[in-house]
Write a protein that binds this ligand. Structure first.
Ligand code: 4AZ
Length: 266
């Protein structure tokens, strides 16, 4: 997510030109204002640069982080999640080039049993940390019927991912402003490219003019609306094109899985 649209270029470019250039708008934010935003990192797999970050996650309880299942797939993690190696959750670090905040190892990875890697349905994993983080830093998960799902509601998506749509990674946490979309609108948008939106386990959000969106590297990171976690970055067709909204793992699915596991979801 990025600010690549400077005030000047924003004034000169129509919004669609920005979207066509894969501009993924947004601006730096501080984790102190959004302390539930965490980075997933593995230096063994991704190297020392940027603290080894490769995905995002959301702290939903003192020792519980939710992320996308595809973030802990063998393709991304480079190993079986049953043995997560140096998989680490980084909390309290805005700048991946620095060492502020805490790095906590992951004790256990549980992949949503309903996850289907072929369709991305149910793209959710629950990580148990080896040490607790402050309970006050966790965010409440929006269950079904929460006002955060109302179409048109403003939402923020957070991450350290691609700021350009073509592999431009920076060090700072960013947030982009989007709006929640109706399931039918999302289904229709993706029908044009073969479908794939499953309202049971997914929710969609986009900026009306495009240009603000999640992108690669943001996966697993939180989408927050009306003060609660309504989604985790999952997939999309490109980044920042208003014709193809960002698709998120639905927060109510997270609430259901946490409830089933006897964990607090709010
Ligand atoms: C990705 O590749 C990805 N615009 C994540 C989110 C979106 C697109 C791609 C949504 O991880």
């Amino acid at each position: 997510m990025l600010s690549a649209l400077t005030a000047l270029s924003a004034a000169l470019l129509p919004a669609h030109a920005a979207a066509d250039e894969h501009i993924v708008g947004g601006s730096p934010v501080s984790v102190s204002d959004h302390p539930w935003v965490v980075a997933l990192a593995s230096r063994d797999r991704y190297g020392e640069a940027r603290s080894g970050q490769f995905c995002g996650g959301a702290l939903v309880g003192p020792d519980t982080v939710v992320t996308a299942a595809h973030c802990v797939s063998p393709e991304v993690l480079g190993r079986n999640a049953d043995d997560p190696g140096d998989l680490t959750v980084i909390a309290g670090r805005d700048d991946l080039g620095r060492d502020a905040g805490r790095e906590v190892a992951v004790r256990e990875v549980r992949i949503n049993p309903g996850y289907d890697p072929a369709t991305n349905a149910g793209d959710l994993a629950v990580l148990t940390l080896t040490e607790s983080l402050p309970a006050d830093d966790a965010i409440r998960v929006a269950g079904a019927g929460h006002p955060g799902y109302t179409p048109g509601t403003e939402a923020l998506v957070h991450g350290w991912g691609d700021t350009t749509g073509s592999g431009g990674y920076e060090n700072l946490l960013r947030a982009a402003g989007v709006r929640m979309l109706a399931d039918d609108d999302c289904a229709r948008a993706y029908e044009a490219v073969g479908g794939g939106f499953d309202a049971e386990s997914m929710v969609c959000a986009a900026a009306p003019q495009g240009g603000q969106d999640a992108c690669q590297g943001d996966s697993g990171g939180p989408l927050v609306a009306a003060g609660a976690l309504v989604g985790l970055v999952s997939w999309g067709n490109g980044c920042g094109d208003p014709a193809y909204p960002g698709v998120y793992t639905r927060g109510s699915l997270i609430a259901e899985l946490l409830d089933q596991e006897g964990r607090v979801s709010d």
